[in-house]
Design a protein around this ligand. Sequence first.
Ligand code: IPD
Ligand code: CA
Ligand code: CA
Length: 269
Amino acid sequence: MEEYTQKAIETAKGAGNILLEGFGSSFKITNKEGKNNLVTEYDNRSEEFIIENLKKHFPEFSFLAEESGLSLNNGQKNGYFWVIDPLDGTVNYAHNLPIFSVSIALVKNREILCGVIYNPILDELFYAENGKGAYLNASKLIVSKCDKLDNSFLVTGFPYNIDSNPGHCVDQFVQMLKRGIPVRRLGSAALDLAYVAAGRFDGFWEINLNPWDVAAGVLLVLEAGGKVTQYNNAPYWITDNNILATNGLIHEELSQTLNSCYLEINNGI
Ligand code: IPD
Ligand code: CA
Ligand code: CA
């Protein structure tokens, strides 16, 4: 394993332990931009720990982290970026719902070199290295084998501006439910992607995510044999506006369904 992956794992576990210490306690919660977009003092504590720890080992790498934004270290711009979500699932965390994670990825030149997602509640560590497979603790991950959308088990999420139905995300969700397909909404996009990699879900889609929500999870899905594109099957990068991640087998069908919903509504059908 590369040193950067080892350090990302150590760091994600350390941050997860900080989140566990705070979980259920009476911590400070404030509102960020957008309705119901919360931030707790533990988002910040976790992020400070992650950045400090990674900086110690890789002083020349830059950061893109949810709470503190972009920091180009020493202005060196050598192309390495740690992409960090210190607490994915903040709304769950703020309501004492034990579904949240820490997500850390290392990115260089539009390539994700490693991705780590840690769920401290279940002590589940998901990690992947480019070209070397995806793992949950010591076990190799492989995506599910379901090959029909109607038999699939899916997960999605909604952006904080869901009240304006961006990209018809509400209609897409309703359409899946009307087909009788079980769809979950867990509230942590990083875990959603890790669970697609682990074969727990057959597919995931969401609009308006940020690079820190998805960077580690995208590599996990790809390394577990899955497929990641935009809704319309176009190539995906972590700055794109919508993401579709599946086991590969239901990809076309799910892509068509998401797109057809969008087209139907725009044609007024
Ligand atoms: C959120 C979670 C959620 C997704 C939201 C994200 P946060 O991240 O990943 O599942 O639906 O769009 O913003 O705010 O908990 O880090
Ligand atoms: Ca997030
Ligand atoms: Ca977050």
